[in-house]
Write a protein that binds this ligand. Sequence first.
Ligand code: EPS
Length: 491
Amino acid sequence: LRLLTAGESHGPGLVAVLEGIPYGLPLTTADIDRDLARRQLGYGRGGRMKIERDRVRFLGGVRHGRTLGGPIALWIPNRDWANWTLAMAAEPLDAVLAGAGTPPLPPGPPGTEVEGAGASAEGPGPKDGAAEKGTPAGLGRTDEAHGAGGTGRASAARQGAAATGDWRMEPVTRPRPGHADLAGALKYGARDIRDILERASARETAARVAAGAVARKLLSLFGVRIQSYVLRIGQVAIPSPVLAYGEGGRPPVDPARLEAATEASPVRCPDPEASQRMVEAIRAAGQAGDTLGGVFEILVTGVPVGLGSHVTGDRRLEGRLAGALMALNAIKGVEVGLGFAAAALPGSQVHDPIGYRPPGATPPPPGVPAEAARAGADGWRGPAAGFFRYRNGAGGIEGGITNGEPLVLRAAMKPIATLRRRLPSADLLTGEPFEAHHERSDVCAVPAAAVVAEAIVALELASAWLEKFGGDSVDEIRRNYAAYCQRLATW
Ligand code: EPS
């Protein structure tokens, strides 16, 4: 699979182009909108989520509810764009100031209208006072002197703000510690940090979630189920509910019940008591003008033995999954199975003893294809010729190959970099000390990040799936998968 996304946080919208999805996958906007809505939830989100109501439109690749085998083009309008048409206009600044304006967007289906999205949830005017403060006398380093990113770009934008009365036109020159602001501005030579922050924003993850929902739909045809839940917000934490197995290798939880408990929680934590304490922690951090990070876990059940490979480093599935998860905004660590805990334990407590039950003894549980069930899949485990593990310290991957147990991945998210309680910083153009720029922001986005991580894992697993069972159409992939399951069932 190949995925490319485009679009800025406050531009007209986000685009995703996903290539490699086979012909004949049943797909509707509802399949995608469900995950887009889940990404917007979670206690601790800021004012922006009150404006957006993410819904997807297909611009290509889907006809009459089925994929055509070509690139799938997805479009998610930004409702907040209505407030940013000048500041984020694609036209040159002088054309914008001359009133050329931005042509209206083509109409979308109900619910995706961008026009009339209304004012910012925080009302008009500078949201943080940044625009009110003018630029201090420089240290001999002026925008004009450098002329990078277009001669006098920052001061032209400043004049633009004065001419239009739109505070959003003001250049952003105060980099926020922890954000891409400073490194990005220096790397690209941008004199207005908005040129960097608009694309660095986690708004982009809406596009990844939309593409991931397509990958999830493909995997779901084969009984693969991907879910996530929050294990930690700041200092409040619960242990993983899935690592310790019951007697005889019994699955520790019913994935459907785990999912129901997760989705019922305002922070997507399956433990109601811990959820409450997490909400309190987020509330306290918000009141203090601070932000919180956390840890979430991703559980993938019904994965067959044999995705990924030991033969080269770049085909090892752990590396691909960890790399993809680390490429999600604000993720600073990833673990597989026991993860870092494995380093502290002797091998006898880390590696997962192998058991065997003749496959195909039980009828397929709901959602598991009959041929997979014959090869040993039981909903929790995928087809693996009847072999199973008494625990899952490996997190379902050995030698870079799935082993039939569920995949268990965890990721650590740092606290959001935009703080109301500002951190010391230095002005991009003058070097003068300042307290960092504050864009309206979330206090905690760990529950949302977990939903994005599901999408990222879905894309990576669907890629591995297509490498093993690939074909031009879903029918061909089904046949390939059935033949593989047949081999496992008669091992
Ligand atoms: C973000 C800042 C906030 C978040 C945004 C990510 O947006 P704004 O600056 O418009 O208030 O709400 O997240 C989203 C818009 C989203 O859809 O998740 C940032 O700076 O990364």
